[in-house]
Design a binder for this molecule. Structure first.
Ligand code: AP5
Length: 235
């Protein structure tokens, strides 16, 4: 996995215990995964990406993976019951005891309500919810330019954050690949699914007084700083 930092100061890197769940909410390509990986590393907690978990199930050809594959390939959301079961099982693992970073979950109001219950059952504080606000016009370039390492999952962008050697991960030399749903024709339905099913969560959390927002159009280091500042003050 990645060893370099993304511009955090030594103070920011020794950030103390997280001890709560953080939820990253935002459209495809907003930078949730990039920030979630780094934040999880900083605090030594798991990065719970529902998309990565589903892709692992697809790679392992599990019953869940077989059900999710055609849905993800057309850019739709996987039905709530399948996702909720997967998340509940993951949250039971002991490594989640001191907090975790949710990336891409919850994605519907029903998922958010379920998460609330689940966290209560596990004795967690309320989650810190961070909305990645960004002009949709920027997303196409981020998504179609994204490449991921097959070995460690490191995220690159052929336009804005290319690897030193084209097609190879800087950290482990792994082959870089494009996600099937990052093809231009699948990006539009994904963005539509976001607007219809996930964007309402922004108001849901705002009404609860729990929404924090970052300007996700800024560079990676700047977004990291915004996230850490939110966590510092939300404690
Ligand atoms: P998922 O894997 O969750 O994808 P997503 O939400 O569509 O988000 P992405 O991973 O595409 O984007 P990101 O915000 O993480 O951006 P990243 O950091 O990679 O979901 C995939 C599918 O799984 C869904 O369509 C659905 O079918 C299913 N699914 C998953 N969860 C589900 C759920 N809860 N319920 C139902 N279905 C579910 O960055 C993108 C690019 O931008 C990269 O190239 C990166 O290098 C670059 N970049 C990042 N930050 C910056 C920056 N600040 N400046 C410039 N470039 C940047």
């Amino acid at each position: 996995m990645k060893t370099k930092t993304i511009g955090l100061t030594p103070d920011q890197k020794s950030a103390g215990p997280l001890d709560r769940a953080v939820v990253f909410l935002g459209p495809p390509g907003a930078g949730k995964g990039t920030q979630a990986k780094e934040l999880a590393r900083t605090f030594g907690v798991p990065h719970l990406s529902s998309g990565d978990m589903l892709r692992e199930n697809i790679a392992e050809n599990t019953p869940l993976g077989r059900e999710a594959k055609p849905i993800m390939e057309r850019g739709d959301l996987v039905p709530d019951p399948l996702v909720l079961h997967m998340i509940a099982r993951r949250l039971d693992a002991p490594d989640c005891a001191h907090g975790c970073v949710f990336d891409g979950f919850p994605r519907t109001v029903a998922q958010a309500q379920y998460l609330e219950e689940l966290l209560k059952q596990h004795g967690y504080k309320r989650p810190v919810v961070v909305h990645f606000a960004i002009d949709p016009a920027r997303l196409l370039r981020r998504l179609t330019g994204r490449r991921m390492c097959k070995v460690g999952g490191e995220i690159y962008n052929i336009y804005d954050h290319p690897p030193r050697v084209p097609g190879r991960c800087d950290n482990d030399g792994g082959e870089l690949e494009q996600r099937p749903d990052d093809r231009q024709e699948i990006v539009a339905p994904r963005l539509q699914a976001y607007e219809k099913q996930t964007a309402p969560l922004v108001n849901y959390y705002r009404r609860l007084g729990r929404l924090h927002q970052v300007d996700a159009s800024r560079d990676v280091q700047d977004v990291s700083r915004q996230v850490l500042e939110i966590l510092r003050t939300a404690r």
